[in-house]
Design a protein around this ligand. Sequence first.
Ligand code: FES
Length: 166
Amino acid sequence: MSRIAKSIFSPKLADYFDTLVTIYPVKRSALVPMLLYAQDEVGYVSEAVIQEVAQRLDLFDLDVRSVLSYYSMLRTKPAGKFNVQVCTNISCMLRGGYEILEHCKRRLGIEHKQTTADGLFSLEEVECIGDCCSAPAMQVNYEFHDELTPAKVDEILNEYAAEDRK
Ligand code: FES
């Protein structure tokens, strides 16, 4: 195992990564899970994350960067505190997914992959999030919201904004 002199991650996550690299037959297989955990803790996949993950897996930084460009759920810039992901895949599209996306854009004043000036919300158009039966659907961080209407979206976004003020 590559020894990390001073990890950028919390001691708990660094310990978990020490274990994670041992459970796959090929060390590199831990790359995507490791990046997702790192993103959850750091907020995005920063340069420092790339370097430490590469070191832990005995990879080049470039190996990590090539994975980043492939997986849309990995981001290299900080997202808002609440990352709004609106599905426009087939079931959602047929039930107003684009209307919901456009409503979010107007309401938040941002476009796909942008973050509000106060850092509270970011917005993404995404592929199926597995909630097709209750389309149209969106995900905010790890919470699902479905059977959406523009009015329901407003309520949901108001609740997150209120949560931030607590
Ligand atoms: S198509 Fe939108 S959740 Fe599946």
